[in-house]
Design a protein around this ligand. Structure first.
Ligand code: GDP
Ligand code: MG
Length: 206
């Protein structure tokens, strides 16, 4: 067990269940509870991050084959809200950089009225200048969807990159504050995300 497993969110994570993989907008969950969506290129660690946040190693399927998930997967945290695992952007061989899962289904998901409550846009911390991110994150920011940018796999960065790379991303996307350096592997930075999620889910006091 990691030390942050005692965060109040951990209790909710134990109750999380996979509900459905949506292949069309008519299948999107619309029960009024807040949805936290995880977006980003394939292989940046979106699924690993959700498992780590929930304290559930095998709930969200992680993959060594990038770009294979084509569905939007909905995980229910009963009576509180949802984690929504979006298909990874990119990896459409021969297609334009932003196609793959992004084009239609993800676009439809992100342009709903009132949902998602928040998008965590996950970057590979060691790749601060991907063109796919420029396009996909650019669209999300332009659309005005509430978005927190995360730089995952921080465990792979040396001290110099830990300082320089978040500053680069902040400047590139003209952000008000630098993205958060996190690691799904070591747990770095995850408690601040759990705090943010709890404030959106507004759970009953334990
Ligand atoms: N070093 C390191 N590897 C990670 C981290 N998070 C995920 N990975 C690895 O990155 C690969 C892709 O992870 P996955 O969660 O399937 O990415 P997704 O395609 O964005 O959902 C897997 O081999 C993970 O073990 C992290 O924080 N640090
Ligand atoms: Mg995944």
């Amino acid at each position: 067990m990691k030390s942050n497993d005692n965060h109040p969110f951990y209790k909710l994570g134990q109750k999380a269940v996979f509900r459905l993989g949506a292949v069309g907008p008519n299948q999107f969950v619309a029960d009024g509870l807040p949805q936290i969506a995880f977006a980003g290129r394939s292989n940046v660690g979106k699924s690993s991050l959700q498992n780590a946040l929930l304290g559930r190693s095998g709930l969200v399927r992680t993959s060594t084959t990038p770009g294979r998930t084509r569905e939007i997967n909905f995980f229910e945290i009963p009576e509180k809200g949802w984690f929504v695992d979006l298909p990874g952007f990119g990896y459409a061989r021969g297609g334009d950089a932003a196609s793959g899962g992004f084009a239609k289904l993800v676009g439809d998901y992100l342009s709903q009225e009132g949902q998602p409550a928040l998008v965590f846009y996950v970057l590979d911390a060691d790749v601060p200048d991907s063109e796919v991110d420029t396009i996909c994150l650019g669209r999300i920011l332009d659309a005005g969807v509430p978005c927190q940018i995360l730089m995952n796999k921080a465990d792979r960065l040396d001290q110099s990159k830990r300082t320089r790379y978040p500053a680069m991303v902040k400047e590139r996307f003209e952000l008000e504050s630098a993205p958060l350096l996190i690691s799904a592997r070591t747990g770095k930075g995850l408690d601040s995300l759990r705090d943010r999620i709890l404030s959106i889910f507004q759970p009953d006091p334990v």
